[in-house]
Design a protein around this ligand. Structure first.
Ligand code: AKG
Ligand code: FE2
Length: 360
């Protein structure tokens, strides 16, 4: 364990200020690189074991819950969920992170004293070059649920740009918009969130998005310019609020880069219970087990950063006008759903392209 130090408020205050301003923080040198190297070995074994189990069971579908741990294999990424249960080193790493006195203080101010973990995962890039267009990185710019936050850990892989790291746009946690639904960033884009929620995953086709002039001239370059890939060395940790616009940078150097992420919700926000735990938290060290538990104390402090970003203001700025333009094109395409289906492809075609903002 970390030697019991008193809380270094200077660290905590610095991180709190950065989270306020940017919606994310990179915390340098929090963990011992030797421990991190040990964890990397364990995780490499977990990924390898999953590969072996998948091939023994002849699994063809991408998402598989059948092995020792649930997993997902896509062209670009191999993910194993809940490695915490199988990796003592990772248990140590995460216990140290969430019980570090500076971190406790930081989390209390930003998220609240109590939080519930939803997921931990290890992912390895397959090495394929997955670069797309500049404005729309491999996984689309998006924001997730209110109240959600994520930690990420670096090994020795995410050091140079375009290594497939998480990308963020600083300061966007204060924005009242969701990039995935409120703007046109890529060449094709889904229409409104309301429509999508009704199971109608309709896209504005490329020939129409070309006409979204405000989005193309102001919003697209904004995303390309402002996106920051989060890179770091072993021992560094990153944290972001999932409401900060984020996605994933491309992986272009062929590296089979590994990273771990862990995410949860402040207890004063609705918990997203979409991923069942594969094993009982009681098998985890107590500091982590209590965070994975369903029984949680609800935060009362209304001054946390998460609580304050709920009160967002719309300004008459480029985002406002870009959103107005997007709404116009949404209505144009949604106006006659059966006709839109005929024009832009079958329901099946549209569903095939359907991909929800991902957390993996
Ligand atoms: O690094 C990434 O792929 C982005 C992760 C993400 O979207 C999330 O953690 O919510
Ligand atoms: Fe996300």
């Amino acid at each position: 364990m970390i030697p019991a130090t008193i809380c270094n408020t200077i660290n905590a205050e610095k991180w709190i200020n950065e989270a306020e301003r940017d919606g994310y923080v990179i915390i340098r040198g929090l963990l011992d690189p030797k421990l991190v190297a040990e964890v990397r070995k364990e995780l490499t074994q977990i990924l390898e074991q999953n590969r072996v189990e998948r091939s023994a069971a002849n699994v063809l579908e991408p998402v598989w819950a059948g092995g020792t741990l649930p997993s997902e294999v896509r062209k670009e990424i191999h993910t194993v969920y809940f490695p915490l249960w199988e990796s003592p080193g990772l248990q140590e790493l995460i216990s140290q992170t969430i019980t570090h006195p500076d971190m406790v203080r930081f989390l209390k101010a930003v998220v609240g004293e109590y939080f519930r973990l939803r997921i931990d995962l290890v992912r390895s890039s397959t090495g394929i070059n997955d670069k797309r267009d500049l404005a729309q990185i491999p996984s689309e710019w998006h924001r997730d649920s209110t109240g959600e936050f994520t930690f990420g850990f670096f090994f020795d892989d995410l050091c140079i740009p375009e290594s497939g790291g998480t990308a963020v746009i600083p300061g966007t946690h204060w924005q009242p918009y969701s990039p995935f639904f409120d703007f046109v960033i890529g060449d094709e884009t889904y229409t409104s969130q309301e429509f999508y929620a009704k199971g109608k995953a309709l896209k504005i086709p490329n020939f129409l998005t070309k006409g979204c002039l405000i989005n193309r001239s102001l919003i697209r370059p904004y995303f390309a310019r402002q996106g920051r890939e989060i890179l770091g060395k072993p021992g560094d940790v990153y944290f972001f609020l999932n409401e900060t616009w984020h996605g994933r940078a491309p992986n272009i150097h062929g590296g089979k880069n590994i990273m771990v992420r862990m995410g949860g919700f402040a207890t004063d926000f609705p918990f997203k219970a979409d991923i069942p735990l594969s094993k009982d938290p009681k098998y985890l060290p107590s500091a982590i087990a209590e965070r994975y538990s369903q029984e949680q104390v609800v935060n009362k402090d209304s001054s946390t950063l998460l609580r304050r970003i709920q009160i967002r203001q719309k300004d008459w700025d480029r985002f406002y006008y870009a959103n107005l333009e997007k709404k116009f094109f949404d209505r144009l395409v949604e106006w006659n759903y059966p006709l839109a289906l005929k024009m832009f492809g079958s329901r099946e075609n549209i569903r095939r392209f359907f991909k929800s903002p991902t957390t993996s």
